[in-house]
Ligand binder design. Structure first.
Ligand code: ATP
Length: 350
C-alpha cells in the first residue's frame, strides 16, 4: 500500500508541481496518474521514488514512513520513459545490475536475470547490448530489471511512450497481464487517457499539481466529477453546452431536454453528453440539437459526425451503416439517461 498525506513539492521559483495531495493506493493495485503535460505527474512519481525531496507532507509505503529515506531504501523500482539501460552492458548485466548493487552473488544474480528474462520473452537476447535491441525489447529489459529485485512497488514513468502505435497496444496488454501475475502495487504515469482507461484498476486525474478525481476507469469515464475531467477523458471530447433550467426541463441550444428534479428553475448549468450517446435523426425533434452536418470523420467501424448551427456545435458517433453527408439537415438527439449536469464546473446531476 502507498499512502500520501498532504504531499507537496515546490521547486525553486515557487512552482508547486505537487500541491497538498492525499492519496491511497491499495496493495497490488495497478494505478494510473493521468493528466496533461506539466500537471505534476512525473514530479509526484519521482517524489514517491525519492528522486525528489518532498517540500512537506508524508509518504508511507507498506507500514514504513519513507519520506526521509533515500531512493535505495524505499523498496521501489522505477522504470523511466527512456528505459535508462546501460549501453555498455549486455541484457543479463543490465537486468542483474540492481542485484549487484545489493551485493547478491554472481551466480545467483545471473540465474535470477535469466529467469526473469525468460518470463519476458528475452531468453534469446541475453548477450546483446541495448543498442542491438528494438524499442519494445529495450522496454522489456527495463521491466525485467525492475522485476528481478522484487520491490514492494513499481513506478513507471510513461513506459510505453517510446513505442510505435501498434507496439504500444501489444505492450499494454502484456504489461497488464504481467502486473496481474506479479500482483505488485504499480503506479504509472501517462498523459494518454486511452492508456489509463485500458490498463489501470483506478486512475487519478491531475491538473496543476492537484487531483481532480480518483476512480475506476468506468467511474471517470461515465461520471467525470468536473468539466476538466469530462473534457480530458474519452477518445472524442464530451459535448459540453450551456443551458438553463425551466419548468422541469433544461433548454440547451434550442433543444428542450429532461432535467433532473434536483435542479432549480432558472439555474444555469452545463449540459454534458458523450458523442457515443448522441444519435442522429433526419426528422425534426424537439429534444434534439438542430443543425447541418459539417464534418464526417471515419473512425473505422463508426463515424464521428459534427452537427453545427450558427450558435452551437455538437458531435455524435454513429454506426458505419448510417454515414450522413456534409450539408444534410440533422437533429442530434441525446440518450437522455446518459446526460450529465455541471454547476460551477462540478457534477450536480445525471
Ligand atoms: P509531462 O507530461 O510534460 O512530463 P508532468 O505532468 O509530468 O508533465 P512535471 O514534469 O511533473 O509534469 O512538471 C510539473 C511542473 O513542475 C511543471 O510546471 C514543470 O515546469 C515544473 N518542474 C518540473 N521539474 C522542475 C524543476 N526541476 N525545477 C523547476 N520546475 C520544475
Amino acid at each position: 500500500m502507498i499512502s500520501l498525506h498532504g504531499l507537496t513539492k515546490e521547486f525553486p521559483g515557487g512552482v508547486r508541481a505537487v500541491d497538498a495531495l492525499d492519496l491511497e493506493i491499495a496493495d497490488g493495485e495497478f494505478f494510473a496518474l493521468l493528466g496533461p503535460s506539466g500537471c505534476g505527474k512525473t514530479t509526484l512519481l519521482r517524489t514517491v521514488a525519492g528522486l525528489e525531496t518532498a517540500t512537506s507532507g508524508r509518504i508511507v509505503i507498506g507500514s514504513a514512513d519513507v519520506t526521509a529515506l533515500p531512493p535505495g531504501r524505499r523498496d521501489v523500482a522505477m522504470v523511466f520513459q527512456d528505459y535508462a539501460l546501460f549501453p555498455h552492458m549486455d541484457v543479463t548485466a543490465n537486468i542483474a545490475y540492481p542485484l549487484r548493487v545489493k551485493k547478491v552473488g554472481r551466480a545467483e544474480r545471473e540465474a535470477k536475470a535469466a529467469e526473469t528474462a525468460a518470463r519476458l520473452g528475452l531468453a534469446e537476447l541475453l548477450a546483446r547490448r541495448p543498442g542491438q535491441l528494438s524499442g519494445g525489447q529495450q522496454q522489456r529489459v527495463a521491466l525485467a530489471r525492475a522485476i528481478a529485485c522484487h520491490p514492494a512497488a513499481f513506478l513507471f514513468d510513461e513506459p510505453l511512450s517510446n513505442l510505435d502505435a501498434r507496439m504500444r497496444l501489444e505492450a499494454r496488454t502484456f504489461l497488464k497481464r504481467l502486473q496481474r501475475e506479479l500482483a505488485v502495487t504499480t503506479v504509472f504515469v501517462t498523459h494518454d487517457q486511452g492508456e489509463a482507461l485500458a490498463m489501470a484498476d483506478r486512475i487519478a486525474v491531475m491538473s496543476a499539481g492537484r487531483i481532480r478525481q480518483v476512480g475506476t476507469p468506468s467511474e471517470v469515464f461515465q461520471r467525470p466529477a468536473d468539466t476538466f475531467v469530462a473534457s480530458f477523458i474519452g477518445s472524442t471530447p464530451m459535448n459540453l453546452l450551456p443551458g438553463v433550467v425551466k419548468d422541469g426541463t433544461v433548454r440547451v441550444a434550442g433543444a428542450v431536454l429532461p432535467a433532473p428534479p434536483s435542479l432549480a428553475d432558472g439555474e444555469e448549468v452545463v449540459y454534458g453528453l458523450r458523442p457515443e450517446y448522441m444519435d442522429l435523426s433526419a426528422t425534426a425533434r424537439e429534444d434534439g440539437f438542430a443543425g447541418r452536418v459539417s464534418v464526417v470523420e471515419n473512425l473505422g467501424t463508426s463515424f464521428l459526425v459534427t452537427v453545427e448551427d450558427d450558435d452551437h456545435l455538437v458531435q455524435a458517433v454513429v454506426p458505419e451503416d448510417a454515414e450522413p453527408s456534409p450539408g444534410d439537415a440533422a437533429w442530434a438527439v441525446p440518450r437522455h439517461a446518459r446526460a450529465l449536469f455541471y454547476r460551477d464546473g462540478r457534477l450536480v446531476g445525471g
